[in-house]
Design a protein around this ligand. Structure first.
Ligand code: DNO
Length: 361
């Protein structure tokens, strides 16, 4: 397991590269160009600027999250070919600076979704929260306003310029079924995966968060059966997943330990975080510790250790603790604590695995 840490870029993150470098075992940043609109080709000078910053801090930049997919690709419009072409050019450029994994998602209109970015937990910390019944009643336009007003920093997946066209987007998705989305996803993969393979970059789709349709928009990467189907759409080691325990864990029926064992060869990247799911379906993000939520984090890390996981991992969202002012879910303190928990579980299981190997000899 290679540990990496998400960084939103100079002037766009409250956490510095020097701080990231001091978290034990973190070797690289998970980065993106957040000011490039979805669908556009990434400019090489901007890519190089991030490379120089990372080099200076002694961190690598092998994992990119996200090169966002233009809505026309998800909608299957004729204009998608232009955006797919731009995507291929971006892949070629990323290969030049040593990128090995691209995390992306295929969620129509919205990326991750929450109803409260600062919900208080019992210990006085705050965290991202999803109130199921509220989503049924809330006007998506109000939600977008709410999310965007919360931060001076760009919120990935919630870019105001894209969401300004919300009415048009909802209109465009009216005739798009789950099956259409599957077909559009396959079209994208058939075009992109050979190019990714040629550049030795693994594409790793992020599951839908939360893993169910919202606002009448289809969502397809929601559970084990769907991931199996997704992987078979284009059968290649370069077509993989970013297994996210928090996204999948919002549905208690998802058995993430089983997913680790089944999909291990197709997981170049994983997000590990905990959520506590309540009986009414609401959920809140908690510390990474197993007992604090309803996701079996210890079991998941054990499964990775048993499988000898060699991919990249990052702690995912953390709580906001110790009065830290940071972008929602992306403070330094709780994610750094999370990493130490993940290493603890990992190291102890790796010892067991290694010792067992020794006894076989
Ligand atoms: C949430 C993240 C997602 C993820 C994208 C990938 O915090 O895990 O926003 O980066 O879905 O495209």
């Amino acid at each position: 397991m290679k540990m990496v840490f998400r960084w939103f870029g100079e002037g766009n993150d409250t956490v510095s590269l020097d701080q990231i470098r001091q978290i034990p075992g973190v070797e690289g940043i998970v980065w993106s160009l957040h000011d490039v609109p979805a669908g556009e080709e990434w400019p090489m000078d901007k890519i190089m600027a991030v490379k120089e910053q990372a080099d200076r801090a002694g961190l690598h930049l092998k994992v990119v999250e996200s090169v966002n997919i233009h809505e026309d690709i998800k909608l299957g419009l004729p204009s998608r070919d232009l955006y797919i072409d731009n995507y291929k050019k971006t892949i070629a450029k990323l290969a030049q600076v040593g990128v090995k994994v691209i995390c992306y998602n295929f969620m129509p209109v919205f990326d991750w979704l929450r109803t409260d970015l600062h919900k208080e937990l019992e210990d006085g910390s705050t965290a991202l929260f999803y109130e199921k019944s509220k989503i049924a009643d809330i006007d998506p336009f109000d939600l977008v306003k709410e999310i965007n007003k919360n931060s001076k920093l760009t919120m990935p997946g919630w870019e105001p310029e894209r969401l300004a066209h919300l009415t048009k987007l909802f209109e465009a998705y009216k005739g798009v079924s789950q099956e259409d989305l599957w077909a559009n996803c396959k079209y994208f993969l058939d075009e992109i995966i050979p190019v990714a393979a040629q550049h030795d970059i693994k594409m790793a789709i992020h599951p839908d968060d939360p893993p169910w349709p919202i606002f009448g928009l289809p969502r397809i990467i929601t559970g084990q059966d769907n991931i199996r189907r997704f992987l078979s759409l284009h059968d290649s080691p370069y077509n993989g997943i970013t297994l996210c325990s928090g996204s999948m864990g919002a549905n208690p029926e998802n058995d993430i330990v089983s997913m680790v064992h089944e999909f291990i060869d197709r997981i170049p990247f994983t997000h590990i975080r905990n959520v506590r799911v309540y009986e009414n379906g609401d959920f809140i993000e908690t510390s990474h510790r197993t007992q604090d939520g309803t996701v079996d984090i210890a079991g998941i890390v054990q499964a990775y250790a048993e499988e000898g996981f060699e991919g990249f991992a990052r702690p995912d969202h953390g709580r906001h603790i110790w009065d830290e002012q940071c972008r929602p879910g992306y403070g330094l303190y709780d994610r750094a604590l999370g990493i130490m928990y993940l290493w603890g579980v990992w190291d102890s299981h790796r010892r067991t695995v290694e010792a067992a190997k020794g006894s076989v000899k």
